[in-house]
Design a protein around this ligand. Structure first.
Ligand code: MHF
Ligand code: KIV
Ligand code: MG
Length: 278
């Protein structure tokens, strides 16, 4: 396979923009999205070639320690979005619209999206929900906000959906495809699908012109996304089945910190190398 256009150091874009993702789909190339919530991780992921950094409302779980995404606020999302945009040179920075910040009206969605862009430095936003939010998407797009639609399992609707469950099985597949089409028609530049049977996700990618991104949605979507603490093995909890763990940072950090602790209590640290002479 030739060097993918998106990551070609000479011909590829120096800054990923929405139209590059569309071109990727047209060329049959894939791209990667990863969450980020702080400047140093954003720098590392950006320099590693990740095309899209998502400031997910999963920060509610992975940074703040809530057991769902529902409590995180727009003000909190803005802090994380600023940190990520400060650490990013090439990737597209996308921020989640948190629960309660967009549902009431298209105008509320525009106001929140504008804050995430103006105050947080986001270059696009992501909104959970299907055709019922098409007008919200249209209003944001008209305001100059690029929008990703998020369908399938939408964690902000956990209580309405009855828990963490796969969506779009059986008869529900047709309405999921209709949701994806409605969001595309409203102007969404990408559709993200979470916990959807792979054949349904493949069908959605096939019927849409815009690219798709999957998490627990198989290998036929244009892109993939994971939460970085899952990918790098930082969390203590069991991860969802769709997670592939590429490292075990929790044990790396734990043994380094134990060694530091042991050297402090034994007096081995700081040795002469780390002290100031008169
Ligand atoms: N750390 C983390 N990773 C995520 O992927 C993630 C978050 N947090 N927070 C926001 C949402 C919530 N998501 C989740 C969280 C848990 C499951 C889960 O426990 N899934 C089980 C059961 C699936 C089933 O019903 O069969 C699994 O084994 O995959 C799935 C998605 C995805 N997002
Ligand atoms: C899991 C991804 C898609 C997300 O929405 C988040 O991290 O908040
Ligand atoms: Mg989210």
């Amino acid at each position: 396979m030739p060097q993918p256009y998106l990551s070609d150091p000479d011909k590829g874009p120096s800054r990923i923009r929405v139209h590059h993702l569309q071109q990727a789909k047209e060329r049959g190339e894939k791209f990667a999205m990863l969450t980020a919530y702080d400047v140093m991780m954003a720098e590392i992921f950006d320099q590693a070639g990740i095309e899209i950094l998502l400031v997910g409302d999963s920060a509610a779980n992975t940074v703040i320690g809530y057991d769902s995404t529902l409590p995180i606020t727009v003000d909190e999302m803005i802090v994380f979005t600023k940190a990520v945009s400060n650490g990013t040179k090439r990737a597209l920075v996308v921020a989640d619209l948190p629960f309660g910040s967009y549902e009431q009206s298209a105008q509320q969605a525009v106001a929140t999206a504008v804050r995430l862009m103006k105050e947080g430095g986001a270059q696009a936003v992501k909104i959970e929900g299907g055709h019922e939010f098409a007008e919200h998407v249209r209003a944001m797009v008209l305001a100059g906000v690029p929008v990703i639609g998020h369908i399938g399992f939408t964690p902000q609707s956990e209580h309405a959906l009855g828990g963490y469950r796969i969506q779009g099985r059986g008869d529900a597949a047709e309405s999921m495809i209709a949701d994806a089409k409605a969001l595309e028609r409203a102007g969404a530049f990408t559709i993200l699908m979470e916990m959807v049977p792979s054949p349904v996700a493949a069908k959605v990618d096939e019927v849409l012109t815009v690219p798709t991104i999957g998490i627990g949605a198989g290998n036929a979507t244009t892109g993939q996304v994971l939460v970085w603490q899952d990918l790098l093995g930082l969390g203590a909890n069991r991860t969802p089945r769709f997670v592939k763990k590429y490292a075990d940072l929790r044990s790396v950090i734990s043994s380094a910190v134990s060694q530091y602790h042991q050297e402090v209590v034994s007096g081995a640290f700081p040795s002469a190398d780390y002290e100031f002479k008169e």
